[in-house]
Write a protein that binds this ligand. Structure first.
Ligand code: BES
Ligand code: MN
Ligand code: ZN
Length: 497
């Protein structure tokens, strides 16, 4: 998809389609009203005839409207004007693109970015329109021998503005494209099956990203991890034939002395549960168990694409969780890199076992802040569903910044408690701690486990993305979340939010 910005009157655009907004109650947006005047009232007539009311999600395609240079006019319902916020704006863009995708247009000019949106200035509206449109045209058919129909139609989206775009608007366009590309990378990696997207494959992807954007990339092998004493991470990979990797990517766009933000992503490329094997139904969805890793690569793609003046380190512990004759067994005790010993009571609680060693390793980068991202617990899905990521933190100010970034990017998280009281549940009679804490508060005790490996002086956020990283059912597929939230946080840190 190609994106651009163009100034000028909507009715004069020579395009396959111009897209105009209509608020509920048949209220034409400013751009729509101007076109209506040039069209001798044709749009207003369609509305009063009852063809459209302006409800959110509705669209109406008109052809060959008099006085309009474009072949088509697509009216998009915006809902109530008093309630028109960033959510409604994003939905309008989504519905417009969905309506165009199946139709005859190969290019279009969108007159939505100049709509007044609560708490959303023009650069943010441009960024959101571009990243949303990029996501709305996403398709994953590379493994089908016959590609889906209509895949090539809509190829060019122009944002129509009344005035010439300034530097901030042009920058926002490029940022929207970079964010879209980051989300796409995360979705592609999530959607790829585990026989293709192996730990070695992820390492190769990281290397390619590094080559393209001049990042520093280092891949630690199992023998390196042994030397570092990563007994916890290595215990998870024991049952697999695929070698585990620890990927380290560094983007240095900021001042040399600036401490980096460290992102740590869970990269279980397939989670069978190991010896504590999972039930068969829906087990295919455990190919998405590397979504945290995908979001780290996606965010680095976005940030590097934007050339943000920040320093970011991405750390990805990646392996498979498989059962075989040498697999780790319930009751086994391993020693983590931190020195803490862990009694593995359930081999399906493997995410925390690879993350704890990665978090210990992260200390050497002297992080300004550390965020780990993981499809960690089914309990988090029970608690928050598919709307919000679970957020845990040892630092209120840092937590607030990440929560705000989620709010601003419409990729939200909800804070959960990390209280000492829950540590009780992780006690083991044989080791320093157990890797599970029983049925109660499963997402919380998983976070509390990780907290044992982070020192109190490092601001840290843990995101449990089990409910938001992918969709099940008919719409099955990776969402690319929380790349928008993480990118927004780094945009703010770069002073460009
Ligand atoms: N990858 C799963 C968590 C998960 C579950 C992600 C559902 C997405 C959807 C994780 O490794 C896991 O198996 N967690 C266990 C922990 C339990 C054994 C304490 C779980 O949630 O059941
Ligand atoms: Mn598991
Ligand atoms: Zn898992």
């Amino acid at each position: 998809m190609e994106f651009s910005i163009k100034a000028g009157a909507a009715e004069k655009q020579k395009s396959d389609c111009i897209v105009l907004g209509v608020f509920a109650g048949r209220e034409l947006s400013e751009a729509a009203a101007l076109v209506d005047r040039a069209a001798g009232g044709t749009l207003a007539e369609a509305l009063t005839d009852g063809d459209m009311e302006g409800r959110a999600g509705s669209t109406l395609m008109l052809r060959k409207v008099p006085g309009v240079a474009a072949t088509r006019v697509l009216l998009v319902g915006l809902g109530a004007s008093a309630e028109f916020d960033a959510h409604a704006y994003r939905e309008a863009v989504q519905h417009a693109v969905a309506a165009l995708r199946g139709g005859g247009s190969t290019d279009c000019v969108l007159y939505l970015a100049e709509l007044a949106v609560k708490d959303c200035d023009l650069p943010r509206r441009i960024r959101l329109a571009v990243s949303t449109a990029a996501e709305a045209t996403y398709r994953f058919d590379r493994l089908k021998s016959k590609k889906d129909e209509d895949r090539t139609r809509l190829a060019k989206i122009t944002l129509g503005l009344s005035a010439k775009p300034d530097a901030a608007a042009n920058r926002a366009l490029a940022q929207g494209e970079a964010l879209g590309a980051g989300v796409k990378l995360a979705r592609d990696l999530g959607n790829l099956p585990s026989n293709i997207c192996t730990p070695s494959f992820l390492a190769k992807q990281a290397q390619e990203l590094a080559d393209e954007f001049k990042l520093k990339c280092q891949v630690l092998e199992e023998k390196d991890m042994e030397k570092l004493g990563m007994g916890s991470l290595l215990s998870v990979t024991r049952g697999s034939r695929e070698p585990a990797k620890l990927i380290v990517l560094e983007y240095n766009g900021g001042p040399k002395k600036q401490k980096p933000t460290v992102l740590v992503g869970k990269g279980i490329t397939f989670d069978t549960g190991g010896i504590s094997i999972k039930p068969a139904p829906d087990m295919d969805e455990m190919k998405f168990d590397m979504s945290g890793a995908g979001s780290v690569l996606g965010t680095l793609r976005a940030v590097a694409g934007m050339g943000l003046p920040v320093n970011v380190v991405g750390i990805i512990p990646t392996c498979e969780n498989m059962p075989d004759g040498s697999a780790v067994k319930p009751g086994d005790i391993v020693t983590s890199m931190s020195g803490l010993t862990i009694e593995i009571l359930n081999t399906d609680a493997e995410g925390r076992l690879i993350l704890c060693d990665a978090l210990t390793y992260a200390k050497r980068f002297n992080p300004d802040g550390m965020i780990d991202i993981a499809t960690l617990t089914g309990a988090c899905v029970v608690a928050l569903g598919h709307v919000a990521s679970g957020l845990y933190s040892n630092d209120d100010a840092f937590a607030a910044e990440v929560l705000d970034a989620g709010q601003a990017s419409l990729d939200r998280a909800w804070r959960m408690p990390l209280w000492q009281d829950y540590q009780e549940q992780l006690k083991s009679p044989f080791a320093d701690l157990a890797n599970i804490g029983g049925r109660a508060a499963g997402s919380v005790t998983a976070a509390c486990f990780l907290a044992r490996f982070v020192d109190k002086t490092t601001p840290w956020v843990h995101l449990d993305i089990a409910g938001v990283a992918y969709r099940s059912g008919k719409q099955k597929g990776s969402t690319g979340r929380p790349v928008p939230m993480l990118t927004e946080y780094l945009l703010k840190r770069a002073g460009q939010g």
